[in-house]
Design a protein around this ligand. Structure first.
Ligand code: AMP
Length: 300
């Protein structure tokens, strides 16, 4: 089972191609909907009394375990964002709502999970969850410019304790202070985690450990509708795939990255999590096969 903590939100999104209000969103939501294609998922987080019952039903329908998911009086986390043509997001409004006072206490069963994704939310909350795990096999974290900017020390402390870190290009640059993404990825892998993964949107992804490096282009998507959650879905799919591996080798990680890139490319083809909600394992395998045929090297 993969435990996922992160925001569970109601999003309003504007992109150059349209806008949508009051969508199901949040980093944990996207990661969970992607990871469930490979493994059982337990979501840890909190929603307010205004959280639509139909969204809770959707989680149940997709077999997402709600043992660590609380509904309390108050407002759900809300995010309003605008994307430009390059996929860059600007936060127009953010209200942590019930997340601001949330102190997660994991049940004994959740403390024993072997895989955990500390999705993008306040680093203190990520840390509180990590501390409660008794014997994790793989832990990973993500963040956002808002947290790296305001909670830098907390995030750097977290990095010392996780196996994998997922960041996008601007987050990696902000954290390392280095412009070259190749250098920044290598540097991140020296700040604590065994592997650093830096996502570059349509330009693909880089991964580094202390002694290995991997680069994959993006799957070419001609009709991007909404980039929200692509990074979270990427991380969820990557970790979901890794939970199925007996030995976590560098090759397994590279395979996980290719599956994750395929799932991320599907996520952006519809507003909010709509495409992820209908995605099946067969869809992702088909997309990954198509991706592999595009990236196979030609040797003359
Ligand atoms: P991304 O695609 O990585 O930008 O993630 C988008 C999701 O992250 C949206 O569904 C938002 O609800 C959520 N989100 C936006 N800002 C934050 C934040 N500061 N902390 C946690 N989640 C956030």
């Amino acid at each position: 089972m993969l435990l996922i903590v992160g925001s569970i939100a109601i999003d309003s999104i504007q992109t150059p191609w349209g806008r949508a209000q009051e969508l199901l969103g949040g980093s944990a939501t996207y990661a969970a909907l992607a990871a469930r294609l490979w493994t059982r998922v337990a979501m840890v987080g909190v929603v307010g009394s205004d959280f639509p019952a139909q969204y809770l039903k959707l989680f149940r329908k997709h077999q997402i375990d709600g043992e660590g998911l609380y509904q309390v009086p108050g407002r759900t986390f809300r995010w309003k964002g605008r994307y430009d043509e390059t996929g860059r997001a600007t936060t127009l409004f953010l209200d942590l709502g019930v997340f601001s006072g949330f102190q997660p206490r994991l049940t004994p069963a959740l403390r024993r999970v072997k895989y955990a994704f500390l999705g993008n939310i306040h680093p203190t909350l990520q840390w509180q969850v990590l501390r409660q795990l008794t014997a994790p096999r793989i832990t990973a974290c993500d963040s956002r410019e808002d947290w790296i900017g305001n909670q830098r020390r907390g995030f750097l402390k977290l990095l010392k304790k996780v196996d994998l870190v997922f960041l996008n290009d601007s987050e990696a640059r902000l954290l390392t202070g280095v412009h070259s993404l190749t250098q920044a990825t290598r540097l991140l892998a020296r700040l604590g985690p065994r592997v650093a993964i830096v996502k570059k949107g349509e330009h693909g992804v880089l991964a580094a450990s202390r002694d290995a490096f991997f680069s994959l282009p993006g799957f070419p998507v001609s009709r991007v509708v909404d980039p929200t959650g692509a990074g979270d879905a990427f991380a969820g799919a990557c970790l979901g795939f890794l939970t199925t591996q007996r030995r976590i080798t560098w090759l397994a990680l590279c395979q996980a990255i290719q599956y994750a890139s395929s799932v991320a490319s599907m996520t952006i083809e519809a507003f909010g999590p709509a495409r992820l909600l209908t995605a099946t394992k067969a869809d992702t395998l088909r997309r990954t096969k198509a991706f592999q045929s595009l990236t196979r090297a030609v040797v003359l």
